[in-house]
Design a protein around this ligand. Structure first.
Ligand SMILES: Cc1cc2nc3c(=O)[nH]c(=O)nc-3n(C[C@H](O)[C@H](O)[C@H](O)COP(=O)(O)OP(=O)(O)OC[C@H]3O[C@@H](n4cnc5c(N)ncnc54)[C@H](O)[C@@H]3O)c2cc1C
Length: 459
């Protein structure tokens, strides 16, 4: 039977949904609207357990799931609506992925203003988490490049919101984890590029002090920086890392063979990872070995040209790479502490190393000033992101200890990566929570928009 185009594709039997970390799956009725009207209808008929928007499910924990309620899968709203090649303003529906934006716009000489470590996130998800990239120190977070957005509210109306016309609702939505409404479309300011390659300098840093000094010293010279740390290294090698620093290459930096097609963008997933890996495959022994090989094979310093995919999204080469952790999944943990909390950062890296907690991907970065988003994560300081297989011995003690250190330094944990934070810690980490609640109560007095995360944390 042909599908009724006027009805949102609603799967009446509940589907099990989880975040990218694959922990804490819950069942919800998933509705996949293809038009604004269908989205409004799905919100209006959500029922007592409410509704939450979901993009590509790349947040690690439970913000895009809603146990026993409705989840609005936005990936059916996936059209690029307008492109102005003069100004670089692009209007896209909320379910358009950054991958799709790159495929369409890199060949035209524009790059997304901010990209996370994967291209497979949606415009709505990028705003919902007010995501950051390797250029946060230079360009801030995603929402700072959003000129306007169309927000579907709890009462079914659609409001066009800009930072100028309604700063409170705009900045509550940026980083608001889908709790103010559904981003149906947004206009973004794209970044002009001459080529699709990056001129990258990689530095090998032998310990944490050298790494922090080098990171601080490279802020001004490179738009994009990130350090990949070996979190299992101990003693004099504690915090050793490879630091990647890059800028988009200019045309004259390209070798002749690439000049004919300087804006080429070919990025396909290489291979799908089967769902067969045993949960213990990634453990401290296998990760220590991988780190050793990776650190040794890199020369002390090297310069090279990288592709967008190779530089920004190395993990996207393997589709569903999260399956490598096995069915038990993994816990992502990302925090920020202010500059000046260097001693605390060192203590935390030491404790992680002492616990030999094997994080496969450990990334250190410097954030610039935060955005006005009430619940936006980035604030000026050091941010460290780690991922631990769920079965890691001692993790149940390590993570609360890290929370305590972060709190003591006036820092915070990233909600897009969170699956386990205690509700009691939220107000101190996000001191503008009350202001956020007021704005939310004004646009959604009956709490229609709700997620497993918002219930767990009492947002
Ligand atoms: C490999 C990997 C690397 C990553 N690297 C980074 C990084 O470097 N920096 C960073 O900041 N993040 C990073 N992330 C996290 C990711 O960028 C965010 O979780 C992002 O929000 C995911 O987008 P999504 O479309 O998958 O949204 P989902 O995960 O589906 O949803 C995330 C939140 O956004 C809300 N939301 C989704 N769509 C809408 C909409 N249309 N309207 C309103 N709200 C909506 C949801 O309700 C939810 O609260 C990474 C994730 C992965 C898997």
């Amino acid at each position: 039977m042909a599908a009724d185009p006027d009805t949102a594709a609603a799967d009446s039997s509940p589907s099990l949904l989880s975040g990218w970390g694959r922990t804490a799956p819950t069942a919800a009725q998933v509705v996949r609207p293809r038009t604004r009207e269908q989205a409004a209808e799905a919100v209006a008929t959500a029922g007592p357990r409410g509704v939450i928007a979901r993009g590509l499910g790349r947040s690690y924990g439970d913000p895009a799931q809603n146990a026993g309620g409705r989840v609005l899968d936005l990936t059916g709203l996936n059209r690029i609506l307008a492109v102005d090649l003069g100004t670089g303003l692009v209007t896209a529906e909320g379910g358009v992925s950054l991958h799709a934006l790159m495929r369409a716009l890199i060949p035209l000489g524009y790059f997304v203003p901010v990209t996370p470590g994967t291209r497979y996130v949606t415009v709505g998800g990028a705003i919902g988490s007010d995501i950051h990239g390797k250029n946060h120190h230079a360009d801030g977070s995603f929402a700072q490049h959003v000129a306007s957005l169309d927000l579907l509210l709890a009462d079914g109306s659609v409001r066009t919101v800009t930072p100028e016309s309604d700063p409170e609702l705009f900045w509550a939505t940026a980083g608001g984890m889908g709790l103010t409404g559904v981003v149906l479309a947004a206009t973004l300011r794209m970044v002009p590029i001459e080529t699709s390659r990056l001129a990258v300098d990689t530095f090998k840093l032998p310990d944490l002090d050298a790494l922090m000094e080098k990171l601080a010293g490279t802020d001004a010279d490179y738009r994009y920086t990130v350090a990949w740390m070996d979190c299992l290294a101990k003693g004099s090698r504690l915090g050793r890392a490879l630091l990647d620093c890059g800028n988009f290459a200019t045309l004259d930096q390209l070798p002749a063979k690439h000049r004919a097609d300087p804006l080429a963008f070919a990025a396909k997933p290489l291979a799908e990872v089967p769902d067969l890996f045993p949960s213990g495959l990634l453990n401290r022994r296998t990760i220590a070995l991988a780190n050793e090989v990776w650190y040794r094979k890199t020369p002390a310093a090297r310069s090279h040209l990288a592709t967008v995919a190779g530089f920004f999204h190395p993990l996207d080469g393997l589709r569903d790479w999260n399956r490598v952790y096995g069915r038990a999944g993994f816990v992502q943990y990302q925090f920020v502490v202010p500059f000046g909390a260097d001693a605390a950062l060192r203590r935390m890296v030491e404790r992680i190393s002492r616990a030999q907690a094997p994080s496969f991907v450990t990334v250190l970065k410097r954030f610039g000033a935060g955005s006005p988003g009430y619940l936006s994560f980035p604030t000026e300081g050091w941010t460290l992101a780690l991922d631990f297989p769920t079965g890691t011995p001692g993790l149940d003690r390590l993570l609360p200890w890290l929370d305590e250190q972060v709190l003591a330094e006036g820092g915070r944990v990233y909600l897009a990566k969170d699956a386990r934070l205690a509700a009691a810690d939220l107000p101190a980490m996000y001191p503008r929570l009350e202001e956020f609640r007021k704005v939310r109560a004004a646009v959604d007095p009956h709490g229609v928009f709700v997620s497993d995360q918002s219930r767990r944390l009492g947002i």
